[in-house]
Design a protein around this ligand. Structure first.
Ligand code: SAH
Ligand code: SF4
Length: 396
């Protein structure tokens, strides 16, 4: 519930309005996990809330897979038993680097200074990234994506989207903001790049963004990724509280894109670019195009040239950077990942054309980090393929 709803609730209970602010603070700043922890409220009020059927709670981590690179992948269970995946990347995900924002550049300079000292001790979680899910499964059916194989089960609520972040921050005892006398608040980046298509759950996604800004995580530290849901992009262009936008382009022409992302039949690349041009980009902001490199399918230098022509087109292009993601393999999928040399050649071709281009650092390969893989592994294989430790066994 946002503050406005809490205010309505409290006035309905005949309470003073400051009670709404107190509860809001407890929910989103202190990240309490039960009504009994809302000790700022008198017992009589807590009893009244319980009697009214109000519940405070967070989703629950039911499986944890920890990578040698520090990445942790969680299977998180909602109140109705549905599960989604959430990922913790302790030193950023590489995705936010080079995004051109002032903040990122300044932080990179600070990090460079810190790493000459004792980085771990000086800044344990300086710039972690949390990757959250927006739906249980996904309806978009991209051929290279494991989440697609699950189909769509349901939308997540705003509380379930923001709750993933709370539960992971609680696990790592991360203090945001300076409300608890914390002189060096952690800088947490969020990427809406887990399971699901955020723009097919648009109202809940935007409501979650507003809750998350209360924690506080500024929207400038959030990036939402869409497969290119056109109406969502047009709505997004009008938002005042707006994360950064990443678009899964994944191909340099409609024919290839259609073969790997059937949604291209509904909205082709030209329509996508046209919609993206309606977004009023802020100073030093640009669109990120994600491009999953699928060996032999979209990764040749000719494809790189076609991609360059597309984004640099004076009339149809958009200011952008390109994030290359080497395909994370999954079972029974007719793709292979390109070699390191092939990925580098693709990247260099794009950089040589003057378009910023990064290869996303692969995270958690050893824990089968491809989107949707943990859920599938847990749900379909009785003998786990991966070392799964209970959440509480981990000591950071
Ligand atoms: N539904 C949204 C956000 C979640 S997917 C979207 O598609 O943009 C986040 C990113 O992961 C997308 O860019 C998608 O193309 C990429 N992706 C999906 N499966 C992958 C895989 N097996 N290996 C590498 N990247 C993958
Ligand atoms: Fe859905 Fe994104 Fe996977 Fe496509 S890549 S199926 S949109 S989660």
């Amino acid at each position: 519930m946002p503050l406005e709803d809490l205010t309505t609730l409290m006035s309905g209970l005949g309470q003073k309005l400051y009670r709404a602010r107190q509860l809001h603070e407890a929910l989103y700043r202190q990240r309490i996990t039960s009504l009994s922890q809302a000790t700022v409220l008198p017992q009589t009020l807590r009893d009244a809330l319980a009697a009214g059927g109000y519940v405070i709670g967070l989703p629950e981590i039911v499986q944890t897979a920890r990578s040698v690179d520090g990445t942790e992948r969680y299977l998180i269970r909602m109140a109705d038993g549905e599960t989604v995946e959430t990922v913790w990347m302790p030193d950023g995900d590489g995705g936010e680097r080079g995004d051109g924002s002032q903040a990122a550049e300044e932080e990179e300079k600070e990090d460079a200074l810190l790493t000459t000292g004792s980085p771990a001790a000086a800044a344990p979680y300086r710039r972690s990234t949390i990757c959250v899910s927006s739906q249980v499964g996904c309806a978009v059916n991209c051929q290279f994506c494991l989440t697609a194989k699950l189909g769509i089960r349901r939308n997540l609520t705003p509380g379930e989207i923001a709750g993933q972040v709370s539960v992971v921050l609680n696990r790592h005892q991360v203090e945001l903001g300076s409300s608890r006398g914390n002189p060096t608040p952690a800088r947490i980046n969020l990427v809406f790049m887990g399971m699901g298509e955020p723009f097919l759950n648009y109202p809940n996604f935007t409501a979650a963004v507003r809750l998350l800004t209360q924690m506080p995580i500024p929207e400038s530290r959030m990036t939402v990724s869409t497969s290119g849901i056109l109406p969502g992009i047009l709505d997004f262009a009008k938002e005042t509280v707006r994360p950064k936008l990443a678009v899964s382009l994944n191909a340099s022409n409609d024919t290839i894109r259609e073969s790997i992302m059937p949604i291209t039949r509904k909205w082709n690349i030209a329509a996508l670019l046209e919609a993206l041009r309606t977004i009023p980009l802020r100073n030093r902001e640009w669109i990120t195009f994600e491009y999953v490199l699928l060996g032999g399918i979209n990764d040749s230098l000719a494809h790189a040239d076609e991609l360059i022509a597309l984004v640099k087109d004076k009339e149809k292009g958009v200011p952008c950077k390109i994030n290359l993601i080497v395909w994370n393999s999954g079972p029974n999928m007719p793709y292979h990942e390109p070699s390191r040399a092939e990925a580098l050649a693709f990247q260099n071709r794009i950089i040589a054309a003057g378009v910023p281009c990064y290869i996303r650092r692969p995270r958690g390969r050893d824990i089968y980090a491809a989107c949707g893989q943990l859920k599938r592994t847990v749900e379909t294989a009785p003998a786990p393929l991966i070392a799964i430790a209970p959440a509480e066994a981990h000591a950071s």
